[in-house]
Write a protein of this length. Sequence first.
Length: 257
Amino acid sequence: MLIGSSLKMYFGRARTLEWTRAVASICAEHPAVRQGLVEPFVIPSFPSIADVVAAIDDAGATDAGMLVGAQDLHWEDAGAFTGEVSAPELAEHGVTLAEIGHAERRRMFGETDATVALKVAAALRHGIAPVLCIGEEARGDHDAAAAACVAQLDASVGLAIEQGLTSRLVVAYEPVWAIGAPEPAGDEHIRAIGTALRTHLAGLPFDAQVIYGGSAGPGLLPRIADSVDGMFLGRFAHDPEAFRAILDEALALEEER
């Protein structure tokens, strides 16, 4: 399972490093990670990426497979794009994941399916796995939500497929109405959409995983693990012990099999 957190803009550098060191130490020693049952990751803000990579290495979590991601990237490899960061530069810093198309980016900064598709292709060109965020806008029935998510997925990966860029892809299902909510979407809803996305991805030429985000935290994974490949955590993982609890859940699931 792929389990990790985007820190968004909640933490400054000092808090980011404090959190990372604590979580990396947990991951370096946790049997779920050591046995290869969980691949952990963290997605900090751009200025903290280099320090986070170093902190993970110092804690011994690099050897355990802990990944570092970026919260965005530009679709061009270089040029006059003030304030932007390119995929090749991120790769130089050890970034292996890139969060792309989050609902907040779409709402606040005008991202569209077209720009998301360009960014997905840029990430794949440089060996960075997109963490492609998709999700329906409004609460509704399972079939309508699944159809909206599949359409968004196809629009986001079509360019990459055309260009033959078909390696690792992480699809983060985050229903927009559940982001920042007191609770995640209902278990049945998550399982229905997770299953639909997995089925659709089986027909696409990617090494794909589906993870759930949207007010995700401890206690959810055992209820949805049959339909997703991990979890994308937000503020409910700001306490490192919450991250440990989710790793414990992943280990218990494996022991039950």
